[in-house]
Design a protein around this ligand. Sequence first.
Ligand SMILES: [Fe+2]
Ligand SMILES: [Fe+2]
Length: 284
Amino acid sequence: MQHRADNAPLQQLDDWDDFVATRYHQGKSEEEFRNYKADANPTVTEFYRQNHAHQTLDFVLSKKAEYCSLNRDKKSIWEMAEYLNTLVDDSDPDTDLTQIEHLLQTAEAIRKDGHPRWFILAGFVHDLGKVLCLYGEPQWAVVGDTFPVGCGYSDQIVFPEFFAANPDSDVPDYQSEYGIYEPNCGLDKVHLSFGHDEYIYQATRIYLPEEAQYMLRFHSFYAAHRHGAYRHLMSEQDERMFEWVRKFNLYDLYSKGRERPKTQHILPYYQDLVSDFFPDEIAW
Ligand SMILES: [Fe+2]
Ligand SMILES: [Fe+2]
């Protein structure tokens, strides 16, 4: 187990999600948004310091090699959800939602608005990649706003000053506007900082429509889907698909305040939904 103070500044993984939700609180003006540091507690700030310092291109490539070949495990979606639920940090069971409850709450909000089944399913699986934490990955390699590595950092990323401590900041080839990439090459060719988005995308992509794949893969890429950064790397297909990423983000951010999902009551619906799209076991 890694030492908490070193590698796990967040008391619970959801502290990052809560910070993001506060940052984009509905109705907040752009000016209020720019004051985001006031909303970040010291543990969240320390979390970003580590995330921005350690997510190098080399690190991302090594984690993709380790996890994206999906040869670690074979489990059903439900087994993975149960496994993720064993992630208990210092949360308060009376007020904090379990991981499965967050997934169900997001999915239920999507379902209530009458969206297609694949969209609801994307809501249900979107954070399963957080099991990376249970594999022993530090928090900064699991959650956090994602951003491209191997090219210049956008000032639309939160806490941009923390990139000064990233070794890639001293590599001129990685700091130009396009870096190692071609103009409008498409995000599939761009390496984003590693985390739960990429892992769940890789594990589920062959079973889901492209819109859902984008929702999963880019849901934490706030600089792009919220602030319009990195359009010079995006293809026309990315632009079209980001409409869906933006639609999805509203449910991820704002489903939390809603009532606790009545898990036993809605479970049969989700059992059917999952088995319509996924085989009994998938590769992780
Ligand atoms: Fe997430
Ligand atoms: Fe989420």
